[in-house]
Each structure stands twice: as C-alpha cells, then as structure tokens.
Write a protein that binds this ligand. Structure first.
Ligand code: FES
Length: 83
C-alpha cells in the first residue's frame, strides 16, 4: 500500500490542500487504485512556505498547486502502482 498524505495544516489549507485531496481522490478512483493507495490528511510538515506539501511514501513534495496534482499523480503515484 502506498501512503499518500496531504498536509492540512493552516498554511497548506490556505493554499488549497482540500482541493488537492479532492483531485487526488478522484484520480485514485478513476484509475481504480483505492486498494493500492492510502490517501490521508496530515498535520503541518514543517514546510509551510512551500505548500501545498504532499508526502508519497518517504518522499516529500512541495509546491503542489491544483494544476500540478495530475503531474504529481502521473510521476509519483501511478508508476508505483500495479496496472
Ligand atoms: S501547514 Fe503544511 S507544511 Fe506547515
């Protein structure tokens, strides 16, 4: 199971973390990856000026705006899941 956590701390929240979660949730469902990806919210990750912060496994990804979510999904999540 691949853990994907989106920071929902106040700084990331203001930068749209709820929208990032919604888009990721839709993409995970669209690709049928619900049993392979565990999506969750997380408290502040200590990179508040670089939000939205998303952690995929051990990797921390910063600056995830809503228009970058699909790119992140393709590059960091889809490749780590079974087809
Ligand atoms: S609020 Fe997201 S890193 Fe601090």
């Amino acid at each position: 199971m691949l853990a994907v956590t989106v920071c929902v701390g106040s700084a990331c929240h203001l930068k749209g973390s709820a929208e990032v979660i919604r888009i990721l949730k839709d993409l995970i469902a669209a690709y049928g990856l619900e049993d392979q990806v565990a999506l969750a919210g997380a408290f502040c990750q200590g990179h508040c000026t670089e939000g939205v912060v998303v952690r995929v496994g051990d990797e921390l990804i910063t600056g995830v705006s809503r228009d970058k979510v699909f790119e992140l999904f393709q590059q960091k999540i889809l490749g780590r899941c079974r087809a």
